[in-house]
Design a protein around this ligand. Structure first.
Ligand code: SF4
Length: 465
């Protein structure tokens, strides 16, 4: 897939996406909006593509562009690996003015050779960036020639930053996998219980809290796309019986196109909270259509729920009735509500800025009539909502922690930089522990005390007066 405007338009019109502006009654305009030059968009398309592909751990990820692009997102995500660490190395062609004038294709070819010679990766993903797209480097041709010469799959990822937002980049990454990776290798064997997990990036090792459940049930995760993934597994993903979309918006084009091309149905699920985890396992078993598997799922759910209830005893009374403001995007905007409610907490407001119509319907149902849905958000608005709802805790992405400090309430990081896994049954215990520690830290008593200088000035004023 060379970078083409028509391809971008097709991705904007993704039929599987609820934001598709051709669906509905004209208010879903999110996909139409192109990134404005100079505007902070929360990540460019290149950033989005690298987020989606870098978790393939045994591959090298080479950024074809000026060095600043590589620094843009490298190392800031917490996708963990259970083995190879090649994905953690930052590779870039580091283009200079000369390359921009004379073209960067030769430099790219040499860089691919060096990466293959020195690190023998399972594959090399090469990312097009704004500059290399603008000077017209033919990424596809270089990658094709290098694949033939070096005998290693070299995958072009045509995702220059100017093509759109981070979400658009996620989809472009999906296109690269569909065009060059999925379906290129046959698995050693298949089972009727093979599934793919799509849109799960193993942040803070979350996947490892869920995989043992599938193992116990006899469900094989054929390919993880892409958390803790191995390149060969992604190649054979076309033989799965079911695609389970975890962050459904990110790679929705993969789910839909794999259904069209390989006849693999897809479902959208979440791993956060008891209710969602139970529903996820039940839906997978129902889709795989095996009665015995469904029975095993019911047994596992009773077992895990009993264990979980026991593990949550110390936290329930300490968290009961605490009020949370949630400020995150996509699937987490509703799935974390359900997890918080499982802990006896009340979510008083959540953001719907990046939510689909379906997400919003779920949020409404979960929040009830008094819950606040934040369509727009900034620090000022968050402070206003925190004060209005008398919230005890802000759960949001890392950059909002200072807003929480200004409001003098504790903060929990729920986005990609988080260091603790919250997925699955074990993840809920972890979340309860983290929230409990944040809420009951002794620091809050001190932070909320009047500042010494205000007390002193009062005494001084009183003694003078
Ligand atoms: S790809 Fe473009 S928008 Fe993205 S970091 Fe590089 S120069 Fe910036």
């Amino acid at each position: 897939m060379a970078f083409k405007q028509s391809k971008v338009a097709a991705l904007l019109n993704e039929p599987g996406c609820e934001h598709n502006h051709q669906k509905g009654v004209g208010k879903n305009k999110a996909c139409k909006q192109q990134a404005q030059p100079g505007a902070a968009q929360g990540g460019c398309a290149f950033d989005g593509a690298s987020i989606a592909l870098v978790p393939i751990t045994d591959a090298a990820h080479l950024v074809h562009g000026p060095i600043a692009c590589a620094g843009n997102s490298w190392g800031s995500r917490g996708s963990l690996s259970s083995g190879p660490m090649t994905y953690k190395m930052g590779f870039t062609t580091d283009l200079s003015e000369n390359d921009i004038i004379f073209g960067g294709e030769k430099k790219l070819y040499k860089a691919i050779k060096e990466v293959c010679d020195r690190y023998q990766p399972a594959a090399v993903f090469v990312y097009l960036t704004c500059v290399t797209a603008l000077i017209g480097d033919d990424l596809d041709a270089v990658c094709q020639a290098a694949t033939q010469k070096f005998g290693t799959p070299i995958i072009p990822v045509n995702s220059p930053g100017f093509a759109g937002t981070k979400n658009m980049g996620n989809r472009m990454a999906g296109e690269a996998l569909l065009d060059h990776v999925v379906g290129t290798v046959e698995p050693e064997y298949t089972t009727p219980y093979d599934i793919n997990l799509i849109g799960e990036y193993n942040i803070a090792g979350e996947l490892w809290g869920v995989l043992p459940l599938f193992e116990k049930l006899g469900i094989r995760v054929l390919a993880k796309i892409t958390g803790d993934a191995r390149y060969q597994d992604v190649c054979s993903a076309h033989r799965a019986k079911l695609n389970v979309m975890i962050c459904s918006k990110a790679l929705i084009n993969m789910g839909r196109k794999m259904e069209e091309k390989y006849g693999i149905p897809y479902i959208e699920e979440s791993f956060y909270g008891i209710a969602d985890m139970n529903r996820c396992l039940r839906n997978i078993a129902a889709k795989l259509g095996d009665r015995e598997l469904q029975e095993r799922v019911e047994n596992l759910i009773s077992e895990e729920t009993a264990k979980l209830n026991q593990a949550l005893i110390p936290y329930r009374s300490r968290l009961q009735g605490k009020r949370m403001v949630l400020y995150t995007g996509g699937v987490k905007s509703w799935s974390v509500i359900s997890a918080a409610q499982d802990l006896g907490m009340e979510v008083v407001a959540t953001s719907t800025k990046k939510s689909t119509e379906e997400d919003k319907a779920r949020i409404k149902e979960l929040l009830g009539k008094d819950g606040i849905m934040l369509q727009k958000g900034n620090a000022q608005e968050l402070l206003r909502v925190i004060a209005k709802t008398k919230a005890d805790l802000l759960v949001a992405g890392g950059r909002n922690q200072y807003t929480a400090l200004k409001a003098r309430i504790p903060f929990l990081d729920i986005n990609q930089e988080r260091h603790h896994p919250y997925a699955g049954y074990v993840g809920l215990v972890e979340m309860a522990r983290e929230i409990d520690e944040a809420l009951h830290s002794p620091i809050w008593a001190q932070v909320r005390k009047p500042a010494p200088w205000t007390v002193n000035s009062y005494h001084v004023a009183a003694s003078i007066g």
